[in-house]
Write a protein that binds this ligand. Structure first.
Ligand SMILES: [Zn+2]
Length: 114
């Protein structure tokens, strides 16, 4: 079980599981936010703060809800659907506590070309 939050703590969450690698995407959105994304089934992420504490950014086809904190600006996760329809969470591991980022394997994703 990992705990995470935005910088100011208005968004707090727990996510269950282990990861060895994360996706680092070069698209215009991910590169600006610096996302290092870990994909998990939505049910493995539990919010510890009210949904109303989050703002949501949508673009392109509007299929992913990119949540962020309206107070401090951090973007800890997004919610969307996998190609098979399963509800997924894309967790930005930069917002998880106690991770040594230099020890995490990054998989480059060429989202810019999609
Ligand atoms: Zn915040």
């Amino acid at each position: 079980m990992h705990t995470g939050s935005c910088h100011c703590g208005q968004i707090k969450f727990e996510v269950e599981g282990t990861f060895e690698e994360v996706n680092e995407c070069n698209c215009s959105h991910c590169s600006r936010k610096g996302y290092l994304l870990w994909f998990v089934p939505r049910g493995r992420l539990s919010l510890k703060t009210p949904e109303s504490a989050m703002s949501t950014y949508r673009f392109n086809k509007h299929v992913i809800d990119h949540h962020f904190c309206p107070n401090c600006g951090c973007a800890p996760f997004g919610f969307g659907k996998a190609p098979d329809g399963a509800e997924m969470a894309a967790v930005n591991i930069r917002c998880i506590e106690g991770i040594e980022l230099s020890g995490v394997k990054r998989i480059p994703v060429d989202g810019r070309s999609f």
